[in-house]
Design a protein around this ligand. Structure first.
Ligand code: ADP
Length: 169
């Protein structure tokens, strides 16, 4: 992973460079993929101003799904959750930008779609907690852990979106 300061020496990018290093892991779960919500989900994150760094469609292995949800291993819904995620396909992504971890969680909404505000992804598209469409890392250290779990470093694409001077002051 290249630090942002290595990506551009142009002054326009100075401010963006200070903020652009934060990354989060986002996954559209099998229900979101089957319901054809990939495009609309990506559009919301692009519309906010965030940049896509990596994207792939896959059927996760049991090992991957269990590692991803490791902290929930003792929960009664763990086996169902892992079976559901491994049924695939999952659209796995890495997004980048200022405060992206917390902001993506806000755009996604609460874990239970029925308690999610209209305007959020889960609030607009979901009903049941076990079919809540999308995952977003809940803090920066989990984001780093999940990105490493789902992606090889060479799958993360370094680029300078030329919209950034119009999004970051
Ligand atoms: P979030 O995805 O909002 O970070 P958690 O990490 O607590 O929420 O849970 C991971 C996923 O496990 C949820 O998105 C949801 O799909 C599932 N889940 C959480 N709680 C329940 C529950 N009580 N019953 C069934 N599934 C649940």
């Amino acid at each position: 992973y290249l630090p942002c300061s290595h990506r551009s020496s142009q002054p326009y990018f100075t401010s963006w460079v200070m903020h652009c290093t934060e990354r989060t892991f986002v996954a559209i779960k099998p229900d979101g993929v089957h319901r054809a919500l990939i495009g609309r989900t990506i559009a919301r994150l692009e519309d906010k101003g965030y940049s896509l760094v990596a994207l792939k469609l896959l059927k996760p292995s049991r090992t991957l799904a269990e590692s991803h949800y490791e902290s929930l291993r003792s929960k009664p819904f763990f086996d169902n959750l892992v079976s559901f995620i491994t049924s695939g396909p999952v659209c796995a992504m890495v997004w980048e930008g200022k405060d992206v971890v917390a902001q993506v969680r806000k755009l996604i909404g609460n874990t239970d779609p029925l308690s999610s505000a209209p305007g959020t992804i889960r609030g607009d598209f979901g009903i049941d907690i076990g079919r809540n469409i999308i995952h977003g890392s809940d803090n920066i250290s989990n984001a780093e852990r999940e990105i490493q779990l789902w992606f090889h470093s060479e799958e993360l694409v370094e680029w300078n979106p030329n919209l950034h001077e119009w999004i970051y002051e």
